[in-house]
Write a protein that binds this ligand. Structure first.
Ligand code: WTA
Length: 666
């Protein structure tokens, strides 16, 4: 129950990095202590216990992380916990381990051998259960396939498939032999695949013939065929049959998954890998047009993925954990694959759309499988609110004991709905703040310990030192808006941007002396709770997916009709943020509905449907500073306050903005 009433409407304002102050007017006073019966059985069961853990980790971070690392299997123990050559970290140096061994073999050697690892449900209702033993055999077989195909430790393998267990099998098989996986979200276009495969110089692509989506299917193999025309590094393509689409198998290059698996033995010794052996590259948007290949390595990632999963989700052997994230994103990597398996948990994996065949699919799944922990994104919750409570309330959700949220700030009202309608005021909510770069959860309640407040990710996990600072790096006082930084290295931190150490240093370590800059604005309240106010760079969260506005701009400008484009975001009730593109056309083109649709489709082709601008406005020119920088702040204001009614193509008159030109600093 709430201990206080809310005092005002929630609203955050974030200004871009170039400007000095970040204002926050959020005032939320409701507080929810963990339910007593939950706390009683939790891994961390009081705030005093959390404070003790936090203080010990702060006093000696290396001892804290070493203590957690001890719990894993090491072929050889490390010599040094941390070697820090700012901003380059080596964790557990000298140690040898294998994350796949820790995620599977360790359990197969225990009573968990016949425990369900993955309960999979297809969009059409088909079901599969893979025990730890079965998953281990499948992964070992596919690891042998990779070896037969000549994949060597350190070589990159791209994976492009929908949410089927083989996606996790492929990921773990790579880890077993020391290949570096590069999972590409199945919603990305051929162009996006080419870019990612080339940047990582992947040697193999693993894909499916297709993926099911809302009763239909998308042919993934055709997209891969188009993508790999321009990827000289790719030697072979492995194709899993999922939808039985018609596909073209190219002689010498393409192989069926089932043919190769038929030849492979089901035992495969895991490679004994250095602690810092690269584990995966995952591309994410930055503030320039080129996606960043975030590189994670083996042991540090393993330690934090597992321990954060255990403590934040308070995982127990009896739990059935359901995370709705796609393995194509970091949440899927850490909390749909590695975290749960390293902890020996049972997870539920659902193939398809949340509203197929109807808006109650998730609640139906929770009821039928007796899910105990549910982890989703605010954008999905907002869509459920819109669809109506009856979709939720008609199902028995009494099995649920814990709820989670990730990907963007959760509006307090949305939090309250989640708490009341889904959690029936019984389940704690863990609002988990983290990033592709952080590898695992950084700021989150511990559900048996931390009193929650709607809209805040609360306190950092033990071992994680975050702060909110001014532009000059000095700490902000309570409730003062500033920049969210991480002050000390942590084991699952990104090690670099693949192939680009200079960009890594510049992006994350150059703004605030020797501190990692997250790109987020935030404030800490009087209890030290972190309130995320959103990105302060040109990265936008649309429906929980991270997009660089400049990537969308580059895609638009690559269309023959476009002279110049600026993309900004405006708040959107459903998606969190919507993209508004201001487009200047080349002289010979006329902006009409057809061209607008053509441009939206062009962006979908270049990046993927998730990046389609929600609105395209034609502009004769874009407002710029004298040095030629687009004045995005003005465009953001225009996009937010100036509503466009109906279908009419609006020609923005930037004459009005001309007068502001001299006032805008570079
Ligand atoms: C945002 C997703 C508020 C934030 C795991 C961050 C959040 C970016 C939260 C990373 C949260 C993520 N509250 N904002 N609980 N979780 N974000 O790399 O802006 O896809 O910097 O990682 O999402 O997005 P990414």
């Amino acid at each position: 129950m709430a201990t206080d009433e809310t005092t005002s409407n929630a609203q955050n304002t974030v200004t871009p990095t170039a400007e000095v102050s970040i204002s926050s007017v959020l005032s939320e006073k409701r507080k929810f202590p963990p339910p007593a019966d939950f706390a009683l059985n939790a891994h961390v069961s009081s705030m005093a216990e959390y404070e003790k853990l936090y203080a010990a980790a702060e006093a000696d971070p290396e001892a804290y992380w070493a203590g957690l690392a001890e719990k894993f299997h090491w072929f050889k123990k490390w010599d040094t916990v941390l070697e820090w050559n700012s901003p380059f970290a080596k964790w557990f140096k000298g140690g040898k381990t294998n994350i796949c061994y820790n995620a599977l073999d360790v359990h197969v050697k225990s009573w968990r051998k016949n425990k369900a690892a993955i309960i999979w449900e297809g969009e059409e209702g088909d079901q599969r259960v893979l025990t730890y033993g079965e998953l281990h055999r499948q992964v070992s077989k596919f690891a042998n396939v990779l070896k037969i195909a000549g994949i060597k430790p350190g070589e990159r393998v791209a994976i492009y498939m929908g949410m089927v267990p083989e996606l996790i099998i492929a990921v773990l098989a790579c880890a077993r032999v020391g290949a570096v996986h590069n999972v590409i979200f199945a919603g990305f276009s051929a162009h996006a695949i080419t870019e990612r495969v080339n940047d990582s110089r992947a040697k193999m692509v693993i894909c499916a013939d297709g993926t099911r989506r809302r009763g239909g299917s998308i042919n993934l193999k055709n997209i891969v065929d188009e993508a790999i025309v321009n990827t000289p590094s790719v030697r072979s393509v492995v194709v899993l049959k999922v939808t039985n689409e018609e596909v073209h198998m190219h002689n010498g290059m393409d192989h069926w998954w089932h043919d190769l698996m038929g030849l492979a033995a089901d035992e495969c010794e895991p490679a004994q890998l250095d602690a810092e052996h690269p584990l995966f590259v995952l591309y994410t948007s930055g503030s320039t047009g080129k996606p960043k290949g975030i590189l994670h390595t083996t042991a540090g990632y393993m330690v934090h993925a597992a321990s954060s999963f255990k403590y934040v989700f308070d995982i127990k052997d009896e739990d059935i954990y359901f995370c709705t994230a796609d393995v194509g994103w970091i949440t899927g990597h850490t909390y749909m694959a590695y975290g749960p398996l390293l902890c020996g948990a049972t997870m539920l994996m659902y193939e398809g759309a949340p509203n197929y065949p109807q808006w109650d699919r998730f609640w139906d799944i929770i009821n039928r499988h007796k899910v105990t922990i549910f982890y989703t994104a605010p954008t999905a919750i907002r869509a459920f609110i819109r669809a109506g409570n009856e979709w939720v309330t008609k199902h028995n959700l009494s099995s649920l004991r814990l709820l989670g949220s990730v990907g963007e700030p959760i509006n307090p009202d949305v939090w309250m709905w989640y708490h009341k309608v889904v959690g029936q005021e019984r389940c704690p909510i863990v609002d988990t703040w983290w990033q592709t770069e952080t590898g695992g959860i950084m700021v989150s309640p511990l559900p048996g310990a931390t009193p929650t407040k709607p809209g805040t990710a609360t306190r950092p996990l033990p071992g994680i030192m975050v702060d909110v600072v001014h532009k000059d790096g000095t700490p902000c006082v309570a409730n003062e808006g500033g920049y969210l930084v991480i002050k000390k290295p942590w084991p699952s931190m990104l090690r670099t941007i693949y192939g680009d150490d200079a960009r890594y240093e510049k992006t994350y370590w150059s703004d605030f002396n020797d501190m990692y800059f997250t790109g987020d604005g935030a404030r800490k309240d009087e209890d030290g709770y972190v309130w995320i106010m959103g990105r302060v760079d040109d990265v936008v969260n649309v429906s929980g997916h991270r997009l660089g506005t400049s990537e969308v701009e580059s895609a638009l400008v690559s269309h023959e009709a476009v002279a110049e484009a600026a993309v900004v975001s405006r708040p959107d009730e459903l998606k969190g943020n919507a993209l508004v593109a201001f487009v200047t056309l080349k002289d010979e083109y006329v902006g009409d509905m057809t061209l607008r649709e053509a441009l939206r489709n062009h962006v979908a082709k270049e990046i993927g449907p998730i990046a389609k601008p929600d609105e395209i406005r034609w502009a004769k020119g874009l407002p710029k500073t004298r040095s030629g920088k687009i004045m995005r702040r003005l465009l953001r204001e225009l996009a937010t306050s100036n509503e466009i009614k109906g279908d009419v193509t609006t020609l923005e008159d930037f004459g009005v903005l001309e007068t502001l030109r001299d006032q805008e600093s570079d």
